[in-house]
Design a protein around this ligand. Sequence first.
Ligand SMILES: C[S@@+](CC[C@H](N)C(=O)[O-])C[C@H]1O[C@@H](n2cnc3c(N)ncnc32)[C@H](O)[C@@H]1O
Length: 179
Amino acid sequence: MKPLSGALAISRRFLEPVSLAIDATCGNGHDTKYLAQLADRLYAFDIQPQAIENTRAAVAHLEHVQVIQDSFVNFRQYVSEPIDLIVFNLGYLPGSDKQIMTQVDDLTLVLQDMMEQLSPHGRIVMVAYPGHPEGKAEADWLHHTLSTVDPTEFHSFFLQHINGINSPAQLYMIERNAR
Ligand SMILES: C[S@@+](CC[C@H](N)C(=O)[O-])C[C@H]1O[C@@H](n2cnc3c(N)ncnc32)[C@H](O)[C@@H]1O
């Protein structure tokens, strides 16, 4: 069996079949391809032309997947319905320009809007890589922010791969309570 990416290895246990999902950072399309098996409709975002090209090639045959070259910050321009699942594989694209990486400022801008648009029991799954300074800043920000969300509206969780090597991935998840 092909080994899973760091993000999927830690997050797939929390991924279930859903109606509408977003891959917020599609990169080379590995996660998009996996999520396409779980979602009736999937929107995949990335800001890098190379990432969009690679993801389009990975899911070219799948009509229920829309690949969009834009920041996840603008997701509301494309998706207005309640969202069941949003996945962020944070950081930079392996084998690509490491200057282009996810930013805490963008997460700060968008997280509240995404939480508001979750369906009942909808989830946001975020995988952070604290092995580089920007990844550590993202993980710290997520830890603080998710610790303080209103528990009457959302549950938030943290999972760390404690026997992994080279500062392995950390998973953060927010789940909307039923209403
Ligand atoms: C760790 S990689 C994603 C890997 C991908 N999920 C895969 O399966 O190959 C992170 C990606 O986030 C993208 N990115 C950074 N900032 C972004 C933003 N504001 N909106 C969308 N994508 C962004 C980068 O271009 C990069 O491709």
